[in-house]
Design a protein around this ligand. Sequence first.
Ligand SMILES: [Zn+2]
Ligand SMILES: [Zn+2]
Length: 377
Amino acid sequence: MSDDRYHRQQLIPGWDQDRLASATVLVVGAGALGNEVLKNLVLLGMGHLVIVDLDDVESSNLSRTLLFRETDIGRPKAVAAAEALQEMHAAVRVTALTGDLRFVLGLARLHACTLVLGCLDNQGARSFLSRMCLLAQVPLLDGAMWAQGGEVRAFLDAEGPCFDCTLTPDERSDLWLRFSCSSGFRVDTNPSAMATAITTTAIIGGLLAQEAVRSVVGQSIENGNALVYSGQSCRMHRATLHRDPICPNHAPLDWSQVVPLLATADTLSAATVLAHAHDELGEAPTLNLGRDLLLHFTCPACGRGEPVGRVQGLISATAAMCPHCGAERHAQVTSTVSEDDAWASWTLAQLGVQPGDVFSVHAGDQVRLFAVPFEEV
Ligand SMILES: [Zn+2]
Ligand SMILES: [Zn+2]
C-alpha cells in the first residue's frame, strides 16, 4: 500500500515493521545525540520510546537539537523531547523520565525494554548504565561523540565485553566511587563544554539508530563491536572490544527469582512488605533500599533538628550546613528498614523507592527480591 506511512521502508529486504512497532527502546540522554536518535526512531515507527534525562534545555543546545525550540529553554529535556516526538507522530508511545538515571530508572523497567541506546556525555553515567543493562539483561548500544568524530559500541550481554571492560581497574573503581547510587551527598559535575557540531552528531545518531533497527528486527550484531567514525579523514572503521576476565559486572540477575509486587510504591508501606516476608521466611527480615536515605539532620552547635526523608544522593552537601547557625549538621542516614525502625511505617515511595525499582529483603541467609510496579511498557 503506497498510502501506508511506512511503505518505502517496508520495501527494504528483511524489514519488519511489526517488530519495530512492538519494541520498547530506552534512550538515555536527550541532548544533541539523543535528539538525533529519537527523531530517527519516531520516524521509523518504533512502538514505544522511553526517554531519561536529568537536565533542562539551554540556549547552547539549540544549534544541535531538532526537537527543541527557544520556548523550551528551562523546560526538562525529556519532557520537551517527548512532546515534540508526539507531535511528529501521535501513534508512537513516548514516556519521559526526568531525573538522575540512578534514581528514576528502575531495574524492572529496564528489564522490560527491548533495547537501550546510550546517548550520554560522561563516563560515570556510561559505566552505571552498562552495569544496569547487564543486571537487567537488555542489550546496550552506546553512542559517544568527540569534536570531529564518534563511535557506536555494542554491549549486548554478559558473555561479551561491557563498558567497564574497556577501562583499567583503577579507572573503573574511580568511576564507581564518583558515580555510585548507594552513598554520599549529590556530586555536582559540570562537564566542560565539548567542541561539537550537528553534522557529526547526525552521523553518529544515524549509525546508532541504524544499529538499533538491525538489533530490533533480529539481524545479527557483533557483540563488542565498535563502529568508529573520523570526521577529519571522513573514514569509518570497525574495532573489536574484548571482555576483561576480571571485570566484576558479568553476573546478571536471576529474574525468575524476582517477585512482582501488586501494590504501587506510594501505597505500600515497608512494614507491610516486612510482615509478609516475616511470615514467609520465619524470622525477622531486613529490607535493603540499595541506596542511602537521609532521615534527619541534627545540629551539634544549636541543637536544632530537621526531618528529611529523601535519598541522600539527591541532596547537595551544602544542605548539611545549619540554616540557623551555619555549623555542619550531623546526618542520620540508613540504607535498611527493619520491623522496629521508626521509618518502617513509611510508604516505599517515601523511602525513595521508585516505580520499577528492584529491592531485596534478607532474613538470615535467605534473600527475596521484589519488583515495584511501573506503568505498563
Ligand atoms: Zn565488563
Ligand atoms: Zn545550628
